[in-house]
Design a protein around this ligand. Structure first.
Ligand code: A3P
Length: 303
């Protein structure tokens, strides 16, 4: 990255409070809202693959897996660049440093693209071009805990406040990319009408090989046992935690301050139990039942 632009960005991030905006009632970083027309009019290509998630559902994990599937398990080539360069994040506008849309526009096909947008905000050209989408969902309790720690260290998002404050904000959908409930339900409802593979983080933890095979079948790639094994090993939590191309240590600490909380934090199902107070769990379960009733969508919060 251009050192001069980096310096400008550092100044900006240190001196400005991160503001939020809103698109069609969905809270998004103000910088994203400023370039909304550019995002909305993004031109997808037929051979793009879109990875869509609510933040902290395991996006980076899925990116590494899909990249390796496309490379038929070539680990060396998968290490060609940090994950945030290999896979443009079209919602992000970290000007003057980078805009996800501009990064994607200059990329050769086939492209892997990342979004956290709820389904109703996805640029229409993805549907016009019938692009394959992998939606990865993670249970709300673990997502909330992961997002809280992420907002503590990510200087590009607002400070999360106390855990208690964050708990209320998350339940109310008053955080960047909005309501976890609307997000997972919206994508779930659309999955049979479009080319969407809906995957659960908990299933991936339970049996990564089975889920990686599912993803590769969806992408029409036939992997040998050897390749599948290589992909499993290279995308395990412990390997990714050590991989500078996957663990975000390539981003400077004024953006991700990993001394506060590492990006590759725990990678578990059920860490919420170490964070939720008994009373919070009761409030959460009541609210969850109301919001998820009739959705037909079931998450596991422990294995
Ligand atoms: P935790 O904070 O619970 O550890 P995203 O990429 O969407 O931001 O998600 C980040 C979360 O996915 C973090 O969760 C991170 O540890 C977890 N994660 C990343 N790679 C993983 C892997 N290989 N296996 C399991 N979890 C992983």
């Amino acid at each position: 990255m251009d050192p001069e632009l980096m310096e400008k960005f550092e100044e900006m991030i240190k001196n400005e409070t991160i503001k939020m905006g809103e698109i069609q009632g969905v809270p998004l970083p103000a910088n994203t809202c400023h370039v909304w027309d550019l995002i909305k009019n993004f031109q997808a290509r037929e051979d793009d693959i879109l990875i869509a998630t609510f933040p902290k559902a395991g996006t980076t994990w899925m990116q590494e897996i899909v990249d390796l599937i496309m490379l038929n398990g070539d680990v060396e080539r998968s290490m060609r660049a940090p994950c945030f360069i290999k896979v443009p994040f079209i919602d992000v506008n970290a000007k003057p440093l980078m805009s996800g849309v501009e990064a994607a526009n200059t990329m050769e096909s086939p492209r892997l693209i990342k979004t956290h947008l709820p389904i109703q905000l996805v640029p229409p050209s993805f549907w016009e071009k019938n692009v394959k989408v992998i939606y990865l969902a993670r249970n709300a309790k673990d997502c909330m805990v992961s997002y809280y720690h992420f907002q503590r260290m990510n200087k590009g998002l607002p400070d999360p406040g106390t855990w208690d404050e964050y708990f209320s904000s998350f339940l109310a959908g008053n955080i960047a990319w909005g309501s976890w409930f609307d997000h997972v339900i919206g994508w779930w409802k659309a999955k049979d009408e479009r080319q969407i593979l809906y995957v659960f983080y908990e299933d991936m933890i339970e049996d990564p090989e089975r889920e990686i095979r599912k993803v590769s079948n969806f992408l029409g790639k036939d992997l040998t046992e050897n390749v599948l094994d290589t992909i499993c090993q290279h995308t395990s939590f412990n390997t990714m935690k050590k991989n500078p191309m996957a663990n975000f240590t390539a981003l400077p600490s004024f953006i991700f301050d990993q001394s506060i909380s590492p990006f590759m934090r725990k990678g578990e199902v059920g860490d919420w139990k170490n964070n939720f107070l008994v009373a919070q769990n009761i409030i959460f379960d009541v609210e969850y039942k109301k919001k998820m009733e009739g959705s037909g969508l079931h998450f596991r919060t422990e294995l």
